[in-house]
Design a protein around this ligand. Structure first.
Ligand SMILES: Nc1nc2c(c(=O)[nH]1)N[C@H]1C(S)=C(S)[C@@H](COP(=O)(O)O)O[C@H]1N2
Ligand SMILES: [Mo]
Length: 321
């Protein structure tokens, strides 16, 4: 297997202690010891994920989908939406320090042959990591270019053997009021917790859809949704649900958090579309790339139309937003 190491983050940007501790947690999570009781239930494969000799997550493949400059690590990890930790951009990085992401498990349920509660190591172990450089466009009108490390969601979902009746997948974020202040203190614009998102099965199986476990070659910071989060680059950022603890195969379109909060503004599909603006925020035609002064034009399907538009042929995107 070809292992390429990733570009390194300037060491001034992260404290070595913080990196070291996170790496130890990840090594534990990706380790070769699998609970004997569950080992038979799910094929965990033979090839463990690795951390390279330089301490970076080792990636087997790289996919670069834009020539735009990468957004700096500091911006990606301190300008966040993770409302469980507060509504302002710096809240997640300031308040998520004590969020415990190890041990972690994911409950898989619904219309599949292999439901169960799986440890993070069982979830991650067979999947070679890839670097995916993707644009991310938030419905608030800002965007970034993020070098994710992860693997195709479809490869994970196949292991649970979804049934033909499974038409959608629903994802749920952890409910941890003791660690997530906004779940505990009913803040003004609080959302109905836990955060939920969903995809149609073909969207979930699309090769661009990934589970991210890292960025810039290191494990995900808590603020970005450690230990694992969804990334769907042609959809608005709110589809990218963080810190996932449940995956459900269902036959009906899931009811999602932002849709409950404001059904008119936030549809289920949430495909990036400069032509449709149902939200009260103002147009979706332009976006500000974090770090840039001038606005950019927002691209249909966030620039991924060639790969994804066919999934929506025959759908009226003005209604199904
Ligand atoms: N659980 C959870 N997931 C979430 C959110 C959230 O508040 N809670 N915010 C979403 C929104 S609106 C965006 S734009 C992205 C932001 O991801 P980032 O902070 O890693 O850039 O996460 C999405 N996933
Ligand atoms: Mo967002």
């Amino acid at each position: 297997m070809l292992i390429k190491t990733l570009q390194t983050i300037a060491s001034s940007e992260i404290t070595p202690e913080a990196l070291y501790l996170r790496r130890r947690e990840f090594l534990k999570a990706a380790g070769v010891t699998v609970g004997a009781a569950l080992a038979g239930a799910l094929d965990v494969g033979a090839e463990p994920q690795t951390v390279g000799p330089d301490g970076k997550l080792a990636v087997a493949k790289k996919m670069v989908t834009t020539t735009d400059a990468l957004t700096p690590y500091r911006d990606i990890t301190t300008y966040n939406n993770f409302w469980e930790f507060g509504e302002d951009k710096p809240d997640a990085s300031l308040n998520a320090g004590g969020f415990k992401t190890s041990p972690w498990s994911v409950a898989v349920q619904g219309l599949c042959t292999k439901p169960g509660v799986y440890t993070l190591e069982e979830i991650l172990k067979p999947h070679p990591l890839e670097e995916r450089i993707y644009r991310m466009r938030c419905v608030e009108g800002w965007s970034m270019v993020i070098p994710w490390v992860g693997f195709p969601l479809g490869d994970l979902l196949k292991r649970f053997q979804p049934q033909a009746s499974a038409r959608f997948v629903e994802f749920t974020t952890v409910l941890r009021p003791q660690e997530m202040p906004a779940q505990r203190l009913r803040l003004a614009a609080t959302l109905p917790w836990p955060y939920k998102e969903g995809l149609r099965m073909d969207e979930a199986m699309h090769p661009l859809t990934i589970i991210a476990v890292g960025l810039y070659g290191s494990t995900l910071p808590n603020a970005n949704g450690a230990p694992l989060r969804l990334v769907v680059p042609w959809k608005y950022g709110f589809k990218g649900i963080k810190s996932i603890v449940r995956i459900s195969f269902v036959d009906k379109q899931p009811v999602t958090t932002w849709h409950i909060a404001n059904a008119r503004a936030y549809g289920f599909w949430a495909n990036v579309n400069p032509m449709v603006d149902p939200s009260p925020r103002g147009g979706q035609q332009k976006e500000r790339r974090i770090g840039e002064f001038f606005m950019r034009n927002t691209l249909m399907f966030n620039g991924y139309a060639d790969q994804v538009a066919s999934m929506y042929s025959g759908m009226d995107l003005g209604i199904n937003y």
